[in-house]
Design a binder for this molecule. Structure first.
Ligand code: GLY
Ligand code: MN
Ligand code: MN
Length: 436
């Protein structure tokens, strides 16, 4: 990674933090990386997940008991935990593309942080429970967190570079996963092929990999990973939703495949076209909610084109019929978190703009702006529970149930890309990596 790119990024962040801290009435920000949590009635720990507001300042994702102390207008300080520990890996003192930008102090014990922390005109962001009696400032002030969350939607060139690299890693792994699928691997084996090609472990993934063969593609967050390989005659379809990490930034990519030529293969191909039309709709000033609604029109068109419904797309959207087949939202902000923060926020100061009542799972209601990064992920699924409800409803007559039965064994299709909104064009990071 280019040192200057990170230095420029940090300079942008410091300016943002200076303004936000001043507005919120603080001089100092103390951000704690987090501490591992022990499992109930056990002596093993859950995988460590860093405080996102910590990795927003410094690209360290795997070191608990560390701190960033930022005093307005000053060089940020990093308290980097380096215990004497013969049980666990201890990371080396940082010497990398970002380390010159911080005053770094090494902590041998978590409590040594106390000497550096001040509570005066300070705010603290992190899991606070372990700091009873510590002078660390006002704990997790909501007005400050709201401002920081809002600002995180506007990515810097360094962040674009990290997100592009996360996409590059993930696409390489998606290609290996497709190969494993075509060779007859089980879900479990496909996952291993994915991780191996990514060069990243399960705990580095931004979310649990969704790897579903056949009907499993209809379970939106299916993470079971069956070990059973399918005989060739039973291989029909494959849906994979899996990401990768680069310096704490996430990829979140979905691809769907048909094993053979035929109607489902045509549906996958048609969904690619619709998805790319939706990506093109990410223009500054447009409404993400409206784009989500136009996605439902497109799902209605596919349902009609493939003979699943008897009504027009317009009527299927109006009646809610399309929601049976695509119950989730069009997409979300992407960044340090896979569902990046602030998607429902009304203003920098806070407030919530909920999605329309008929689309409760839509994660983004903000106006689309330059330098924001989104996923676009239309889908069409044959979900037993929702189809059961539909069959009992007054819309049942509008459905060709024979066609539903024909497509149900394929589970579903989702195509998901990661996209940067620039002033005059969209950058589809995912398709750039596939070269199409
Ligand atoms: N992988 C979760 C999502 O697409 O939102
Ligand atoms: Mn996804
Ligand atoms: Mn997503």
């Amino acid at each position: 990674m280019d040192k200057q790119l990170f230095a420029d990024h940090l300079a942008t962040l410091c300016k943002r933090y200076d303004d936000i801290l001043e507005q919120c009435g603080f001089d100092t920000l103390n951000v704690f990386s987090g501490a591992p949590s022990v499992q109930f009635l056990d002596d093993n720990y859950y995988p460590f997940r860093v405080n996102p507001q910590f990795k927003a300042l410094v690209p360290v994702t795997d070191n608990p008991h560390s701190w960033v102390i930022y005093r307005r207008g000053q060089k940020p300080k990093l308290l980097f935990y380096r215990p004497v520990d013969f049980w666990h890996y201890v990371p080396p003192a940082p010497q990398t593309f970002w380390s010159d930008e911080y005053d770094i102090e090494l902590l041998a014990k978590p409590d040594e942080a106390k000497a550096y922390l001040t509570g005066e005109n300070a705010a603290f962001i992190g899991e606070a429970a372990r700091f009873d009696g510590w002078e660390i400032g006002q704990r997790n002030p909501q007005h400050l967190i709201a401002q920081l969350h809002w600002a995180r939607a506007y990515k810097t060139p360094y962040e674009f570079t990290c997100l592009r690299e996360a996409n590059r890693i993930a696409v390489r792994a998606h290609q290996a996963a497709e190969e494993a699928f075509r060779a007859g691997a089980s879900e479990f084996e496909i996952n291993l092929a994915y991780l191996k090609a990514a060069g990243q472990g399960e705990n580095q993934m931004p979310y649990g990999n969704i790897i579903g063969l056949n009907e499993h593609g209809a379970i939106l967050h299916y993470t079971h990973l069956s070990t059973e390989p399918l005989p060739e005659s039973e291989r029909r379809s494959f849906l994979i939703d899996a990401g990768a990490d680069c310096n704490g930034y996430c990829a979140d990519i979905t691809r769907s495949y048909a094993y053979r030529e035929g109607e489902f293969a045509e549906l996958v191909s048609a969904m690619h076209d619709k998805e790319q039309e939706l990506v093109a709709g990410l223009t500054p000033g447009a409404s993400y909610v409206e784009l989500h609604k136009s996605c439902h029109q497109k799902i209605g068109q596919l349902l009609q084109q493939f003979g699943v419904i008897k009504t027009s797309p317009e009527s299927a959207v109006e009646s809610g019929l399309t929601r049976t087949f695509m119950p989730h939202g069009l997409g979300h902000f992407l960044g340090l978190q896979v569902h990046d923060v602030g998607g429902h926020q009304t203003a920098p100061e806070g407030g919530t703009t909920p999605p329309p009542a008929e689309y409760p799972f839509l994660r983004t209601t903000r106006t689309i702006e330059e330098n924001q990064v989104f996923t676009i992920e239309p889908g069409l699924y044959f979900i037993d529970s929702l189809l059961g409800e539909l069959k009992e409803s007054q819309l049942a007559d509008e459905v060709n149930w024979d066609k539903v039965e024909k497509l149900r064994p394929f589970g579903g299709v989702r195509i998901e890309d990661n996209v940067i909104v620039h002033a005059d064009h969209v950058e589809n990071m995912t398709r750039d990596c596939y070269g199409n």
